[in-house]
Design a binder for this molecule. Sequence first.
Ligand code: DGL
Length: 274
Amino acid sequence: MYIGVFDSGYGGLTILRELLSFLPDYDYIYLGDNARAPYGTRSFETVYQYTLQAVKKLFSLGAQLIILACNTASAKALRTIQQKDLPRIAPGRRVLGVIRPSAEAIGNYTKTGKVGILATPGTVSSRSYELEINKLYPEVEVYQQACPMWVPLVENDEHLGDGADYFVRKCIDSLLSQNSDIDTIILACTHYPLLLPKINKYLDKNIKVISQGPIVAYSLMDYLDRHSEIDAKLSRSNKRIFLTTDVSEDFDIKARKFMGSTIDEIHSQKVSLV
Ligand code: DGL
C-alpha cells in the first residue's frame, strides 16, 4: 500500500521531494487539487469537505497513510478527520499533518524566542501554530503574517517573475515590523519554499528560514520506526503515482520543474473528487 501525499495544488511537492530523498523505497501517490486551489482563503467547512474528499479518494486508491502536505488542510480539517471520520471510514489507516512536526522543530532554532510564521490567511486565522508552539514552548512568542497572494503566484507559475517581488517584500516587511527580534521564520505553507529565491532577497541573512520538507520527512521516518504495524503494510517498489484535479499536461510540466532532480518523468492522471 501507498504513502499518500495531499495538497491543494503544487505545494505538497516540496514535501514529497524530501520524502523521496529520505525514504526513497516506499510507494507514493500524490494528489493535487489544482482545480480548486487555493484553499487558503476558503472557509473551515469548505476546506474540511475538500480535504475529506481527497482523503477518501487516496484511501480508495490504496493509501495506507496520508500526509496532509498542506498547512491549511492540516489546520482546518486534520483534527476532525482523525477524530470523527477515520474511525468510520478507514479504521487502521492514518492521516498525519505538517503543523505539529514543524512546531516541535522550532525549539531547535530560535535563540531570541521570537518566531515568525508566514502562512495562508486560513492557517493564520486558525492560530494553529501559536497554539501548537506554545503547548511545547510556552516562552516562545509567535508572530504571524498572512500572505494571500503567494499561493496564486506559485500555482500560476509567476513566483520567480518580477511581480512576485512586490508581494514577497510586502509580507516580509509586515512580519518583521511586528517585532525586530524575530530570528526564525517558518514557511508555514508548503508552496512557499518555491519562493525562496525571492524570500532570501528581502531577508537579513541572520534570520533562519525553515522549510517544512526535511522536518516532515524526518518526522515520518520517526513515526514509521515507532509504528511497525503501519510500516509493515507499506509497499516498497519505488512506485510514484501523480493525480491532479485539473489538466494533467500542465501538472506534469510544472510538477517536473518543482520536483527537481528527485524524479525523471511525471505522467499524472486527472481525477474527480466529487
Ligand atoms: N500548500 C498549502 C498550505 O500549505 C496552500 C494552501 C492554499 O491552497 O492556499 O497551506
